[in-house]
Every structure is written in C-alpha cells, then in structure tokens.
Design a protein around this ligand. Structure first.
Ligand SMILES: [Zn+2]
Length: 329
C-alpha cells in the first residue's frame, strides 16, 4: 500500500494536480506557491504549496498535508477511495477468485437439496460422501445464483466478467454437477457436467488451470492420468490415490510442464471409444512425454469404456491393477 501511494504521488505532483483543477497560485519563494484556498472561502490568498516537499498548508483553515489528504478534504472521500479516484488502476477490484469461491460454496449447498443431482451421481457410481466433500463437488440448479450472491462487490458486471451469468443475467451453469478447479489455494475455474440434454462439458471463460489435484500426486513416481473428472472420482473410490486429470485429452502447456517436472512414469488412461480419438490422443501425448524424458504407458481399457464406466459396470480394483501392469509404452 505505502509503495503504491509513493508511486502515485511521484506520478502526480500536488502542484500539477491543483493546476489541472484550475488552482491559480503565484510563486512565493524558491519552491513555494500561494493562492486562494480551494478548501474554504476566502478573498486573501493563504493557501501555500511547497513543490519540493509536495505538500500544502492553509493559514486560513489550518488544513495541510499531501496530495491524498488534499483529495480527501476536497472531495470528502475516504483515504482508499481518494487513492482510487487518483488511480483507476488501484481501485479495489472484486477478487474473482473470492466470487468463484462463494459460487462454489452455494453450489455445494444445493447438492443435497436436489434429488436429480444425487440421482445422476448415483448413476455415475459416485457414492463416497467424504470424497464429495473433499473435492467440493456441488450442483448448479440454475436460475438462483444472483439471488444468493448479493454482496455489493458482486455486481452484474463482475459476475458477467467472470462468466457466472450470461448477458441476460441467467446462470451460466444450469443443471450441472460442479467441480471447483483449484490452483494452490484458489479456485481458478469451475467445471460443470450437464445432467440433462445440454452440451456435456462446460467451463467458465479463462484457463482451466493445471492438472487436477496435482499437489497430491506431484511426488509420485507413478501417476495415472485420466481425461475426465468422473474417471478421477471412480479411481479414487477404487483406492487409487496416484491419479490426476487433464480435463480433456489435449493438455495445456502448464499441464505438460507439471507432468515433466520430475522423473516418473505416466499411465495414460484415456477413453477407448469407437472413433479411436481417445487412443490417438494418448499415443500423441505418450510421444510428447517421451521426448521430454518421461516414461509413458498406455492403459488399454476394454472396448467402449472409460475408467468411470469400467468401475460402474462392475470392474474391480484388481482388474484395473492388472490393466496398469499390462500397459504398453
Ligand atoms: Zn483554507
């Protein structure tokens, strides 16, 4: 804060500010200027500015201080708001992360109240309440977020900019299971999985961040990489803790960097779909990892399966372990 104030004052000397605001002072010494006081009514000039010290003093009303003090007195604003008025960039911005955090909390609270959401989780084989809590999984019923987020900093514009609502003010995440995506301490994005007919996957605008829950596995010598969060949940429930998720088959630069930051073997466990897109992506990624000196193996699930459906349809941890052991480079 102090540094910002100093920088701001260097950029806008008091005398310059006063002149921009039509103060007519005349020289009254080497660095001094005198004129009528802008802070009180007077006919004889008693308002002095010392340009070297960058301060003012009025012998009429007894007020004095620096630029910020002058703005406070002349505009009636608080210190903080005076600063903001001088430097629009320093104006306190609503912290996006805090707003997303609040939205995530709201969605978590909705989960237990919405049977359709619990039904969907049940169908996807999600049954561990402790894991639901650990991951902060929630549900966006739609149409209610703005009523919940009513704090003044959460204006329409802020929610719109973050992407939590659309231009008409409607919730962007509607009838979706919501996973908060964290990077370190902060939620950087939300992933919403449609439980209805809408397009399956949705993120807020901006980066999806790095690999999911990377902090938990970054020191593991063997890491299982899956493409979907429901795959992640299925493996965690099955007792595999060295799992992470790339939220799609195309890794961003940060995710690739994370996988390559230490010596390890990565078990690529992408969907085995009919059009082969999951396996092609796994093959390309395996090649990229090997180029970076990382050992990569491709786990081949039965035809038509992803890790989630594998477990939902009766696969057990021993069978999956066998698949890991059979994985090919
Ligand atoms: Zn005065």
């Amino acid at each position: 804060m102090g540094e910002d104030v100093e920088r701001l004052k260097r950029r806008t000397p008091l005398l310059e500010y006063l002149r921009q605001h039509n103060w007519a002072g005349r020289p009254a010494g080497r660095f001094e200027y005198v004129g009528l006081c802008p802070l009180h009514k007077e006919s004889q000039p008693s308002f002095y500015v010392n340009a070297r010290k960058d301060v003012f003093y009025c012998h009429g009303c007894g007020q004095g201080g620096d630029l910020i003090r002058f703005v406070q007195l002349s505009s009636g604003l608080s210190f903080r708001r005076s600063l903001a008025s001088l430097d629009p960039e320093s104006a306190p911005k609503a912290d996006s992360s805090a707003v997303i955090e609040e939205a995530a909390t709201f969605y978590q609270q909705q989960l237990d109240r919405c049977p359709e959401a619990l039904d969907y989780l049940h169908r996807r084989g999600v049954h561990d309440p402790a894991l639901l809590r650990e991951l902060g999984i929630g549900y966006a019923p739609g149409g209610t977020l703005r009523r919940y987020l009513t704090a003044p900093s959460h204006s329409f514009d802020v929610l719109r900019r973050i992407g939590l609502i659309n231009a008409r003010g409607a919730d962007a995440l509607y009838q979706r299971i919501v996973f908060p995506l964290r990077q370190g301490e902060h939620i950087v994005n939300l992933y919403g999985r449609s439980i209805g007919v809408a397009f399956a996957h949705r993120f807020l605008p901006g980066s999806k961040g790095g690999l999911y829950a990377w902090e938990k596995v970054r020191n593991c010598a063997k890491v299982i990489l899956v493409e979907g969060l429901f795959d992640y949940v299925a493996l965690r429930q099955a007792g595999f803790h060295n799992v992470t998720c790339s939220l799609g088959t195309q890794l961003n630069r940060e995710q690739l960097r994370q996988l390559c930051e230490g010596e390890r073997t990565v078990y690529l466990t992408f969907d085995v779909d009919q059009n082969q897109s999951g396996q092609q992506a796994a093959e390309q990624l395996a090649h990229r990892l090997v180029v970076h000196g990382i050992s990569a193996r491709r786990v081949l699930l039965p035809e038509g399966h992803d890790p989630n459906s594998f477990f939902v349809q009766g696969g057990d941890p021993h069978q999956f372990q066998s698949l890991l052991e059979a994985a090919q480079p």
